[in-house]
Design a protein around this ligand. Structure first.
Ligand SMILES: Cc1ncc(COP(=O)(O)O)c(C=O)c1O
Length: 300
């Protein structure tokens, strides 16, 4: 197979740097076949002045990876330090000099005779990274539609566990949103209150306070959201985690996504109703500016 040029030269798997195309799980492995895996997406911000890659909040990502694995009774075959070194070695091997999005994953292997559900060892670890510019919509914002799909819940598929299997729910919502002409979805939980978007947490400015649903509403405990809460405190903006009704979002002065991939991304309309005046608002702008300082880059 020829290596497509949009992929970097190297990946990391089970302790070794190897060619991108050799980073493989068998199709019948639990990880590939059943989505029995856990992972973290981490942004690496390239710092041209120092010639170094700054992986944002890597310790928090590694802790959440371990939390996800624990819930799935998955034995993690590498220490945090080994994964940290693997990520650093991968960035060096690929000679990255731009921002990247890295995925650190743990996946169940084949198991005895592909036995499907009881298998908890033979775990493979992999790290891959792709060059990833900052979000092109960070300045302009995006349109969101409320999904007809409900967010999975802790009583069936805990959204707190960052496993590939959970993203079938995200995929349904995202594809529905794209087909309806939106750029993302807002997914409600079974109580009908806001959970999250397919791949990011949601925060809104309501009555001058920044509010976001707690994990018990069906949101991943977001690392970007935690950073945003920290910035809000510095800026003197009150931050609160509580249940949020759909109609509250229609009346919010600002709504935004917070996540590793999207960073802080304004939502300028929901169900074709403008959020505020339909333009990114002052709070999101200030959060973005301070976030850029925190990650050590300016918005390109
Ligand atoms: C479903 C989901 N919710 C929320 C988030 C945001 O989390 P974080 O800021 O830690 O990337 C992500 C992104 O990883 C996600 O996939």
């Amino acid at each position: 197979m020829n290596q497509p040029s949009e992929f970097p030269a190297h990946a990391w798997m089970d302790g070794e740097i190897l060619p991108w195309n050799d980073c493989r799980l068998h199709v019948r492995s639990q990880g590939a076949f059943w989505g029995a895996n856990v992972f973290e997406g981490v942004r690496g911000y390239w710092q041209p002045a120092s010639g170094r890659m700054h992986f944002f909040r890597l310790d928090e990502h590694l802790q959440r990876l371990r939390d996800s694995a624990k819930c799935l009774r998955m034995a993690v075959p590498f220490s945090d330090e080994q994964l940290r070194r693997g990520l650093g070695a991968l960035a060096e091997a690929n000679l990255f000099t731009t921002h990247v999005h890295a995925v650190i994953g743990l996946a169940y292997g084949l198991g005895p005779r592909c036995e499907s559900l009881g298998h908890i060892d033979a775990v493979h670890a992999h790290i891959t990274a792709l060059e990833m510019p900052r979000s092109p919509h960070g300045r302009s914002g995006i349109a969101a539609g409320t999904s007809s799909w409900r967010r999975i819940g802790d009583d069936a598929m805990p959204p707190r566990v960052k496993t590939g299997a959970n993203y079938h729910n995200s995929r349904l919502a995202h594809q529905e949103a794209l087909a309806a002409g939106y750029q993302t979805a807002l997914i409600l939980n079974h109580r009908g209150t806001l959970a999250e978007s397919p791949g990011a947490c949601v925060a809104a400015v309501i009555g001058g306070r920044l509010v976001s649903p707690p994990p018990t509403s069906g949101a991943l405990p977001g690392i970007t959201l935690r950073a945003v809460a920290q910035i809000a405190a510095e800026l003197g903006v009150a931050f609160e985690q509580r249940e949020i009704d759909r109609s509250e979002l229609y009346l919010a002065s600002e709504v935004m996504l917070c996540g590793t991939l999207v960073e802080i991304l304004p939502i300028t309309s929901i169900d074709r109703i403008p959020v505020g005046d339909g333009e990114p608002g002052p709070v999101v702008r200030r959060l973005q500016q301070r976030f850029d300082q925190m990650v050590g880059v300016s918005h390109d």
